[in-house]
Ligand binder design. Structure first.
Ligand SMILES: Nc1nc2c(c(=O)[nH]1)N[C@H]1C(S)=C(S)[C@@H](COP(=O)(O)OP(=O)(O)OC[C@H]3O[C@@H](n4cnc5c(=O)[nH]c(N)nc54)[C@H](O)[C@@H]3O)O[C@H]1N2
Ligand SMILES: Nc1nc2c(c(=O)[nH]1)N[C@H]1C(S)=C(S)[C@@H](COP(=O)(O)OP(=O)(O)OC[C@H]3O[C@@H](n4cnc5c(=O)[nH]c(N)nc54)[C@H](O)[C@@H]3O)O[C@H]1N2
Ligand code: SF4
Ligand SMILES: [Mo]
Length: 708
């Protein structure tokens, strides 16, 4: 279908990589613009699915506000001027190298934002650039997102990305905690076309059961939905595992150790105790556990709502235990491993991960896989002493809107000696940069998904060549990363050894597309880049394959240790969990199908219609405070206050309020073209950097607030 002319307009097969669903698209191109986008029915994974963001993918490419060339900010006047690439690279290299030469490696901090995982060039060359810096102050969106998943993958299965995926196309019982795939299109479960897959689940007599403090879009189409008090899921999940043991419903595989210990540890996590903590009736917990064990293929899944909370690691442990002790791990219809054409895990492209090899300087927070929790970034900038952060590099990120107490982080960033960003927008964070280097847009670069094929509900492979040629005088992200690495290294006083420099140069020399071709050729899948070029709609490898364990475990003895010490130690903290009292409400987040984290709020197509950033609140909670629907209220937490309109809805569990993240565009200086009516308030002006899970993940959910 690629390149077929139709009445002057050209049809091109493309891909949307705005979210993890990675839908295949058919784009209509006229005069260098996208004038139409629809889902590609021939794509073996997305099967024609598209959401409103995919329809709007051309808007970013066409946006006059999108940066095409580097810009430099004058600190005294605040004015931006376009500069040449050579000047921009030299400026970054000089300042970064000077910072390291003068103050040491740790004086440079790096934040990698979410869109990096959606860019091939960022995964190949961006990661290599970051590794070339020896700073301990490496941060990413991981620690406001899926760190508990990666840590539990590392602890149980011996690899941070060996994460079982629900076999949604064949399961008969899909148990969901804290995820809203009807809005998010799935996460750590690449599941384009979720609505159709759910209808198929229903049609074969299966059930989806959802636990969420809000009656979400997903809850509304589930067979059952139960409210759960934010931050207390660990009790519910553990009580389910407790029930399985108590009622003799466990059928674990032979390669698991430590289940006796687990049974003993969970003796006091009874359904009754869970009811007291969570508000979920004990009989519901028992019933769900029994149905889960009885189902012919069941998969438990927990996402953002149970990761970004105070007991994220325990929650993710319990989710894995449910699958494991019922024999649903690595089984058709259960939670399964993928077999992608490029096995980034098996081939060692992504390391196993490690925990607590070093700690942050100020708060002593543990690293994971070489990264520190982003919640500590502000104090590392503000606290004087050796190792203080003085320069910052953000790559596709907006931590002022995306990380806890963003307002305080914003003030800290303003004080840095130097800040450079790789981004194509002046957003609420990059507005503080000294220089911004904008990469090509999504439609101007080749794409192969190194990450999300690893997490997809079906094994497929797809290479999507760039739809548009690279714009005049533009750079791909990987070219930017390669250039920065080379120019910084050349200016360092303590240069890495010649051997290391040569190895790095070799790694950065090849384009991402050539790397993909090589990885395919040398892999075992039999799929080549030529096949993929011939079939831009994608090549089907097949449904997920069972019985891959224990072979694929990354643990030394090829066994699973079910009771990792770190989790066991955290159970006592859970036993002492404080529950909200009196006037307090618990704040949670939400996602809307038309939102994309902190950006895309400047496209009219995605923002027209009624505002959707209000604080959602139960009518009884409004009445109890004498507030009326639609009024502007003050929401206050330990760290801040925001003013926002409130909307009454009995979709909220009483005692819980919800704000979406990624809003709060009212801050001066960002060049986003965001209309006032979508500006909204930032939930992360309320979230608290002191609330962390034991993994280091920020507890963004369940924040105590008052509303007046
Ligand atoms: N309270 C609360 N906070 C949250 C969350 C929550 O649920 N609640 N969710 C968290 C999660 S899961 C995540 S992943 C983070 C996301 O937050 P961030 O990591 O900050 O990422 P984004 O907001 O997606 O994107 C930031 C920037 O990337 C730029 N960008 C887009 N594509 C590209 C590209 O290809 N290359 C480059 N160089 N730049 C690009 C955009 O212009 C945008 O300015 O937010 C987290 N914050
Ligand atoms: N449209 C859209 N899609 C996206 C994104 C986006 O911004 N917009 N972001 C992408 C990214 S980066 C990610 S990581 C994924 C996330 O994918 P999901 O995890 O599916 O994201 P959410 O829609 O935030 O769903 C989290 C759910 O957890 C619930 N929740 C909050 N606190 C608790 C709690 O304590 N317990 C329980 N049980 N539930 C709780 C919330 O009510 C919410 O329904 O989405 C991706 N897809
Ligand atoms: S669900 Fe929407 S945003 Fe996500 S990949 Fe598909 S079209 Fe793009
Ligand atoms: Mo995320």
């Amino acid at each position: 279908m690629a390149g077929v002319e139709q009445r002057g307009a050209e049809q091109r097969v493309g891909v949307c990589n705005l979210c993890e669903a990675m839908c295949g698209l058919v784009l209509t191109i006229e005069d260098g613009r996208v004038t139409g986008a629809r889902g590609n029915p021939d794509d073996p994974l997305s099967r024609g699915h598209i959401c409103p963001k995919g329809v709007a993918i051309g808007d970013v490419h066409a946006d006059p506000d999108r940066l095409r060339r580097p810009v430099r900010r004058d600190r005294s006047t605040g004015e931006w001027t376009e500069i040449g690439w050579d000047e921009a690279f030299d400026l970054v290299a000089e300042k970064v190298a000077a910072t390291i030469n003068e103050h040491g490696d740790d004086a440079l901090a790096i934040y990698l934002g979410n869109p990096n995982v959606h860019s091939l060039g960022a995964m190949t060359h961006g990661v290599a650039m970051v590794q070339s810096f020896r700073t301990r102050n490496k941060f990413s969106a991981t620690s406001v997102d899926q760190l508990p998943h990666q840590l539990i993958g590392h602890l149980l299965y011996g690899h941070q990305l060996l994460l079982p995926v629900p076999d949604i196309d064949r399961t008969s019982y899909f148990l969901v905690f804290g995820a809203n795939p009807m809005a998010s299109n799935g996460s750590l479960m690449t599941v384009p076309d979720f609505p159709a897959r759910l209808r198929e689940l229903d049609a074969r007599g299966g059930r989806m059961v959802v636990f969420d403090p809000r009656r979400t879009e997903t809850a509304k189409v589930a067979a059952e939905h139960h409210f759960v008090r934010p931050g207390t899921d660990a009790w519910v999940l553990l009580a389910m595992v407790h029930t399985l043991f108590a009622e003799g419903l466990t059928t674990p595989p032979p390669y698991v150790d430590g289940l006796d210990e687990v049974e003993r540890l969970l003796a006091d996590f009874t359904p009754e105790a869970a009811e007291r903590a969570s508000g979920v009736p004990a009989r519901v917990i028992t019933q769900v556990a029994r149905e889960f064990a009885a189902a012919d293929g069941a998969a438990a899944y927990g996402r953002i709502g149970v990761s970004t909370q105070e007991f994220g690691l325990v929650c993710q442990w319990a989710v894995q235990l449910l699958n494991l002790v019922t024999g649903n791990l690595d089984r058709v219809g259960g939670a399964m491993l993928t077999s992608p054409a490029i096995d980034a895990i098996g081939r060692g492209l992504i390391g196993r991960g490690h925990f607590d090899r070093h700690r942050s300087r100020v708060r002593q927070a543990p690293e994971f896989a070489g990264e520190l929790p982003v919640a500590v970034l502000r104090e590392e900038i503000e606290t004087a002493g050796e190792g203080q952060v003085r320069a910052l590099l953000t790559l596709a990120g907006n931590p002022v809107l995306s990380t806890p107490d963003g307002a305080a982080l914003d003030r800290a960033i303003e004080r840095l000696d130097f800040y450079a960003a790789v981004d194509f927008y002046i957003n609420e964070t990059t507005r503080r940069a000294d220089v911004i280097l904008p990469p090509t847009s999504h439609l101007e670069r080749d794409h192969y998904d190194l990450v999300f094929h690893l997490l997809a509900v079906r094994d497929t492979a797809r290479f999507s060549p760039a739809v548009f040629p690279k714009g005049r005088d533009q750079r791909h992200d990987w070219e930017i990363f390669r250039e920065i690495t080379a120019r910084v290294t050349g200016r360092l006083r303590d240069k890495p050894s010649l051997k290391r420099r040569l190895r790095r140069a070799a790694r950065l020399r090849l384009s991402p597309t050539l790397l993909i071709a090589t990885l395919l050729r040398t892999g075992r899948s039999g799929v080549t880049i030529t096949d993929l070029r011939k079939h831009p709609e994608g090549v089907d490898i097949g449904p997920l394959r069972p019985d891959q364990l224990p072979r694929r475990l990354g643990t030394r003895d090829k066994r699973i240790q079910a009771a990792p010490a770190l989790v066991v130690a955290d159970l006592d903290r859970l036993r002492g969990q404080e529950l909200p009292t009196g006037d307090e409400l618990l704040l949670i987040g939400r996602r809307h199908q038309r939102d994309c984290n902190s950006w895309l709020h400047n496209t009219t197509r995605l923002t027209k219609g009624r505002p959707r950033h209000q604080l959602l609140m139960h009518p009884d909670d409004l009445a109890a405070r004498g507030l009326t629907d639609g009024s502007v209220v003050k929401v206050t937490s330990r760290v801040g206050t925001v003013d926002v309109a409130v909307q009454a809805t009995d979709d909220m569990m009483p005692g819980v309020v919800s704000l979406p993240h990624g809003y709060g565009h009212g801050r001066a200086g960002a060049r986003l073209g965001v209309a006032d009516q979508v500006a909204g308030a930032s939930i992360n002006d309320l979230t608290d950097p002191d609330r962390l899970d034991v993994s280091g993940n920020a507890a963004l959910s369940g924040v105590p607030v008052t509303v007046a």
